[in-house]
Write a protein that binds this ligand. Structure first.
Ligand code: FAD
Length: 439
C-alpha cells in the first residue's frame, strides 16, 4: 500500500505518524521536527521556546501518554502566576476578577460597567441580541469599564485589528465570563486566579518543550521522516508528490499540517488544480506574525510573574513572559530570561523589536536596570495566529469542503487554520490517524 503523506513535522504531524497503523512518509521543511515546539539553547544555557509553550492537558489518553511515555525525563507541574501590568501596578490575571490594587476610580469604573452591562438598563439592548462582533461581546458580558481599561486595548494590540473587526463567535471562546460575585470579590481583594483554562500546566523537566516532539519522533514507527524537504508539486488526483529532494512519491492519502493557504497554493499549482472559488477563499484567510525577543539578564527575576499582560499603549508589547520565572533551570544560574512579544500584520524589523523589548522590560519593572540586559535577539513566528474576522468562517468552510471532497485531510493549528493548543494538535493528529486506520 502507498504511504500516507504527512506534510509537516510539528506535534500534529508527529502525532499522526505515532497513531497511524499504515505506512507513512513525513516531510518536514526545517532541519529538525518540532515545528512551534522547538527549543533553542543560546548563550551557554538559556533555553527559549517559541515564546511560552506550557502544556495544558485535559484528554485522559493524552495526559497518560505525555506523563508516562512522552516525557522520558519527567515533568514539573506548575501553578500559573500571571499578572496584568496597568496604571503602574501588577494585578493578578484574569483581570476581570482581580481588580483590587488598581486606582479606586478604575475599580469603580470596571465594577459599575459590569453591573450596567449584565443587569442595568444601559446594557439591555446588547443583552437582547447576539453580539455582532468581539467588541460587542466584551461590552455585553464585561461592560464599558473592563472594555476600556483592559479588554479592548489588549486585544487590539494582540490581534493587530480592533475587536470590532473580529468575530464574536470565534473570539469569545477564549474569554472567561465571570459572575457578579467573582467581580465584586476581585475588586475587594478576595479574588482567585483559577478562572480560565490554564490555571496550572506541565513542563518537561529537561530539554525545554522540544523534549515532547523528540519523544514523539522516537515513538513513531512504521514510516520514514524526511527533514529539510518540501513538496514542490502535489497532484491530488494522481496521488503523487514531487519533493525538493528530487524524489517523486506516490501516496494513498495526505494529512497536511502546513498552513491551509499554503496547501491550497500548492494544490492550485499542481496538475489537478483547484476551483477558482477555493483559491479565492484561501486568499481571504488572514493571519498575523508574532516577533518575540529573547532576552537574557544578569541577576535573578525582579518579579515573580510567569507572564504579564500589558494593555496600555505606552508599551509596544502585549505580553512579557519569563522562562526562568516559570522554571529556573531554563536559564543559567544567577540570570533571568524573558520573551517579549510583538504582533504585526505587515513587516516589522527585528532591530526595532529588540530596541522596544529593552524599553518595555525596563518600563514594566521586569528588570532593575537596562545595563543588566545581556542580549536581546528577535525571532519571527509567521502566521502565529489566524485572524477570526467576518470572512473567516465562510472562507474556511469553502476550503475545507473542497479538501473533504478531494479526500485530503488536515490537522493541527495551521492545517485546520484555528487558534488551538499543543494538546489540540496531538488530538488532531490522533483523529486523522484514526480516520485513516478505519478507512
Ligand atoms: C506564540 C505562540 C504561543 C503558544 N503557546 C502555547 C502554549 O503555551 N500552550 C499550548 O498548548 N500551545 C501553545 N501554542 C500553540 C501550539 O504551538 C500549537 O498548537 C502546536 O504546536 C501546533 O502544532 P502543529 O503541528 O499544528 O503546527 P506546527 O508546529 O506549526 O507544525 C507545522 C510544521 O509544518 C512545517 N512546514 C511548513 N510548511 C511546510 C512545507 N511546505 N513542507 C513541509 N513542512 C512544512 C513547519 O516547519 C512545521 O514544522 C502557541 C502558539 C504560538 C504561535
Amino acid at each position: 500500500m502507498d504511504p500516507v503523506l504527512i506534510l509537516g513535522g510539528g506535534l500534529a504531524g508527529l502525532s499522526t505518524a505515532v497513531f497511524l497503523k499504515r505506512p507513512w512518509l513525513l516531510v518536514e521543511k526545517e532541519a529538525r521536527v518540532g515545528g512551534k515546539t522547538r527549543t533553542e539553547v543560546l548563550h551557554g544555557g538559556f533555553h527559549f521556546d517559541a515564546t511560552g509553550h506550557w502544556l495544558h492537558l485535559r484528554d485522559p489518553e493524552m495526559t497518560s501518554l505525555v506523563t508516562t511515555a512522552w516525557l522520558p525525563d519527567g515533568f514539573v507541574r506548575i501553578d500559573r502566576r500571571a499578572a496584568v501590568y496597568s496604571r503602574g501596578v501588577f494585578t493578578r490575571f484574569p483581570y476581570q476578577v482581580n481588580t483590587s490594587g488598581l486606582p479606586a476610580e478604575v475599580v469603580a469604573e470596571n465594577l459599575l460597567g459590569f453591573i450596567d452591562a449584565t443587569l442595568g438598563d444601559k446594557g439591555r439592548a446588547l443583552r437582547e441580541r447576539e453580539p455582532r462582533n468581539f467588541e460587542e461581546f466584551i461590552l455585553r458580558h464585561l461592560g464599558e469599564g473592563f472594555a476600556k481599561n483592559f479588554m479592548v486595548p489588549y486585544n487590539r494590540k494582540l490581534w493587530t485589528v480592533p475587536p470590532a473587526q473580529l468575530s464574536a463567535a470565534w473570539c469569545s471562546r477564549f474569554v472567561p465570563k465571570p459572575t457578579l460575585k467573582e467581580v465584586v470579590e476581585g475588586a475587594l481583594g478576595l479574588g482567585g486566579d483559577q478562572l480560565g483554562y490554564n490555571a496550572s500546566f506541565l513542563y518537561p523537566r529537561q530539554g525545554g518543550i522540544e523534549a515532547l516532539p523528540r519523544a514523539l519522533l522516537q515513538s513513531a514507527t512504521g514510516g520514514r521522516v524526511l527533514v529539510g524537504t518540501v513538496p514542490t508539486k502535489l497532484d491530488w488526483r494522481a496521488r503523487t508528490a514531487a519533493l525538493s529532494s528530487g524524489e517523486t512519491v506516490r501516496f494513498s492519502d495526505v494529512v497536511s499540517t502546513i498552513e491551509l493557504p499554503q496547501l491550497v497554493r500548492l494544490l492550485a499549482e499542481g496538475p489537478s488544480g483547484v476551483p477558482e472559488e477555493v483559491r479565492a477563499a484561501a486568499g481571504r484567510l488572514r493571519s498575523f506574525t508574532v516577533t518575540y525577543v529573547r532576552v537574557g539578564a544578569r541577576g535573578l527575576n525582579r518579579q515573580p510573574w510567569h507572564w504579564v499582560y500589558l494593555p496600555e499603549a505606552e508599551f509596544q508589547t502585549y505580553r512579557i513572559g519569563s522562562p526562568s520565572a516559570v522554571y529556573a533551570p531554563l536559564a543559567p544560574e544567577g540570570t533571568a530570561s524573558f520573551y517579549v512579544e510583538y504582533s504585526h500584520a505587515g513587516e516589522r524589523s527585528r532591530a526595532a523589536c529588540e530596541a522596544a523589548a529593552v524599553e518595555d522590560l525596563v518600563a514594566a519593572q521586569m528588570v532593575h536596570r537596562r545595563e543588566d540586559i545581556l542580549f536581546a535577539e528577535a525571532e519571527e513566528i509567521p502566521h502565529a495566529y489566524v485572524i477570526y474576522d467576518d470572512a473567516y468562517g465562510p472562507a474556511r468552510k469553502t476550503v475545507m469542503d473542497f479538501l473533504a471532497a478531494a479526500r485530503l485531510y488536515t490537522a493541527g493549528r495551521y492545517g485546520q487554520w484555528e487558534y488551538s493548543s499543543m494538546e489540540d494538535a496531538l488530538l488532531a493528529g490522533r483523529a486523522a490517524a484514526d480516520t485513516l486506520n478505519a478507512a
